[in-house]
Write a protein that binds this ligand. Structure first.
Ligand SMILES: Nc1ncnc2c1ncn2[C@@H]1O[C@H](COP(=O)(O)OS(=O)(=O)O)[C@@H](OP(=O)(O)O)[C@H]1O
Ligand SMILES: Nc1ncnc2c1ncn2[C@@H]1O[C@H](COP(=O)(O)OP(=O)(O)O)[C@@H](O)[C@H]1O
Length: 208
């Protein structure tokens, strides 16, 4: 599928109410928190926990979950490398709109290819793309197997399953890494707390 623009004779339309006005209204800064990791690594759990923590602090966020978006916006896409790239590109564009709206947009997708995540980073100003790597061992993700998909992949009933017979490229320079400590995974609240601390330190949870 081509990602090049086919439109000609189009013009950018400016609106008198801009991102800075919306940020002032919300007293926060719009950004994208991009959560990447294997299936079962805890992406959705962190996304929901983070959204709840931010809500309790009076901060507006919105979760874009890969699984959920594949029920609608991305229902035409499968799991080939090309389709995953297009999936990430579309979600990156939507996330960019949410950030421009002034929201803290939480995107949780496997997003296995480094170049696809970097392309999303390049859509935003660098500081507004916060990459969170769920650095959980495959053995842990597989032991959870909440949806039974690893079992099917091991049995050869799903082809091209990330981490089994399809690649996952870990980030080289992510902003936040969530990992086990002494073989114990942090609780969902602790994972969210790590991200909230980062957002607070970097000034995203206030307008000024
Ligand atoms: N082949 C294959 N590989 C990986 N995952 C698969 C596959 N087939 C179905 N699923 C289910 O799809 C969910 C991942 O969707 P994403 O949109 O996040 O994937 S991607 O970013 O385009 O790689 C993923 O959800 P999570 O477990 O939440 O990650 C799976 O439930
Ligand atoms: N920090 C955690 N501690 C304990 N269980 C977790 C944690 N994070 C996720 N889980 C559990 O692991 C399973 C997979 O988590 P999920 O968030 O759906 O992962 P993903 O979105 O990456 O596929 C779920 O059953 C979830 O309850």
């Amino acid at each position: 599928m081509s990602t090049l623009s086919n439109s000609t004779n189009i013009f950018w339309q400016e609106c008198p109410v801009g991102k800075s006005d919306r940020q002032r209204l919300l007293n926060q800064k719009g950004c994208v928190v991009w959560i990447t990791g294997l299936s079962g690594s805890g992406k959705s759990t962190l996304a929901c926990s983070l959204s709840r923590e931010l809500y309790s602090k009076g901060k507006l966020s919105y979760v874009l979950d890969g699984d959920n978006l594949r029920h609608g916006l991305n229902r035409d896409l499968g799991f080939s490398a090309e389709d995953r790239t297009e999936n990430i590109r579309r979600v990156g564009e939507v996330a960019k709109l949410f950030a421009d709206a002034g929201l803290i947009c939480i995107a949780s997708l496997i997003s296995p290819y480094r170049k696809d995540r970097d392309a999303c980073r390049a859509m935003l100003s660098d500081a507004n793309f916060i990459e969170v790597f769920m650095n959980m061992p495959l053995s842990l993700c597989e032991s959870r197997d909440a949806k039974g998909l690893y079992k099917l992949a091991r049995a050869g009933k799903i082809k091209g399953f990330t981490g089994i017979d399809d690649p996952y490229e870990p980030p080289l320079n992510c902003e936040i890494e969530i990992q086990e400590k002494d073989g114990v995974c942090p609780t969902p609240t602790a994972m969210a707390g790590q991200v909230v601390s980062y957002l607070e330190d970097k000034g995203y949870l206030q307008d000024k």
